[in-house]
Design a protein. Structure first.
Length: 246
């Protein structure tokens, strides 16, 4: 069984800073630089063992050659999870959630987590089936955001949306078929932004549970934006309208 790992300078540093109890051993390349030296110092400060290995070993451990000279082995314990019920315990008017309906590309999920962190998202909610989970690639692309933004996997996305609504959260779905532009709809209070999967968009049942359906206006020749790009735009517009950025 493959041991869980995190690789990449930003992702490893954030895990060591925020969740050092989950770190088991840091393996680094013998070819060092200032940033790797700082990472080694941080690991030792947190009581995490450090081992110097060949680059080929790092490639094998990470399953990729884009590890930037560091691979952090995690404890066998699963990633600390936050349940939806726990996330809904302290909902306030500034609470913001991101719901991804079936995103399967780890690069897109990682980029969405990074945007979610920047936009102050309370949690990212994804379905357990037919969607990518928290893989090493996701963590690498998220550049540390996988440690700061909880990723909640739910069995039934429609039921999760209903729970959000019952907690006082308004559901904003995005689809190119919507009649109202994101910029023409007024938003306030606790919100959950729902983004659809790459290519297919939101499923019909998901759309039926949304309080608002909006679209991003497109002025060029392409029909849609990459889901991670669209997510960043939408999150920042919701924050702007609700005055969350001052």
């Amino acid at each position: 069984m493959t041991k869980p790992v995190v690789y990449g300078l930003h992702a490893v540093r954030k895990l060591l800073q925020l969740n050092p109890e989950r770190a088991r051993r840091l393996r680094v390349s013998g070819k060092r630089n200032k940033r790797l030296d700082q990472l080694v110092a941080l690991a030792r400060k947190q009581g995490v063992g450090v081992e110097t290995v060949d680059r080929a070993d790092l490639d094998r451990l990470a399953g990729s050659d884009r590890h930037q000279g560091c691979v952090l082995e995690l404890s066998e314990a699963a990633t600390p999870s936050l349940s939806l019920q726990q996330a809904l315990q302290d909902i306030g008017p500034e609470s913001l959630f991101l719901v991804l309906d079936g995103v399967t590309d780890p690069h897109n999920l990682g980029a969405c987590l990074r945007s979610a962190d920047a936009a102050g998202v309370k949690a990212v909610i994804v379905p357990k089936d037919r969607a990518v989970g928290l893989t090493p690639v996701v963590r690498k692309v998220a550049a540390g955001a996988a440690e700061s933004v909880p990723l909640i996997e739910v069995t039934n996305l429609s039921r999760a949306l209903q729970q959000l609504q019952q907690a006082g959260v308004w559901i904003v779905g995005t689809t190119g078929e919507a009649e109202t532009s994101l910029y023409d709809q007024n938003f306030s209070g606790a919100l959950a932004l729902v983004m659809g999967a790459e290519g297919e968009g939101m499923r019909r049942l998901t759309a039926e549970h949304c309080d608002y359906l909006v679209k991003l206006p497109m002025q060029g020749q392409v029909e849609s934006l990459n889901v991670s790009v669209a997510t960043g735009i939408c999150l920042y517009e919701l924050n702007r309208q609700c005055g969350r950025f001052g």
